[in-house]
Design a protein around this ligand. Structure first.
Ligand SMILES: [Zn+2]
Length: 140
């Protein structure tokens, strides 16, 4: 039984050979087809990337006020096993970064100090981080 795949492969190979030579007949067409496919894939990616982004890049002032109130004006960053950042929260940050498709909506916002906003950059926080943030918020 174990030998059968090998045997089958060998038996099939003479049948596959004509198809392979047919493919090799015009390599220019194949290369241009591959190039075209590549361009289409890249174009699709770029288009999707642009479409996914929220047209509103920044939180409005009233939205920022809500975030400040929700966080009591303090940075919401809290390292694991450490106390919450004591700095004043000055920047409304997208939890899921805007550049990665995060919405400019209150549920995707958190208040961070300048340092932690810079450090977070465009990283997507883990599900655990988000869950911990939600839990912390009930205790502010
Ligand atoms: Zn901070």
């Amino acid at each position: 039984m174990e030998r059968s795949p090998c045997g089958r492969a060998r038996r099939h190979s003479p049948q596959q050979r004509p198809a392979v030579t047919a493919v090799h007949a015009d390599p220019q067409i194949i290369w241009s087809a591959i190039a075209l496919l590549g361009v289409l894939i890249l174009a699709g990616h770029a288009g999707r990337g642009r479409r996914r982004r929220d047209p509103n890049r920044f939180y409005t002032w009233p939205e920022k006020q809500v975030l400040i109130q929700q966080a009591a004006g303090r940075c919401e960053h809290k390292p694991p096993l450490w106390r919450r950042c004591p700095a004043q929260g000055t920047q409304a940050d997208h939890i899921v970064p805007w550049s990665r498709g995060g919405r400019t909506e209150l549920w995707n916002g958190q208040l961070l100090c300048e340092r932690h906003n810079q450090r977070k950059s465009n990283r997507v926080p883990s599900t655990l981080y988000r869950w911990r943030l939600q839990r912390r918020r009930t205790k502010y």
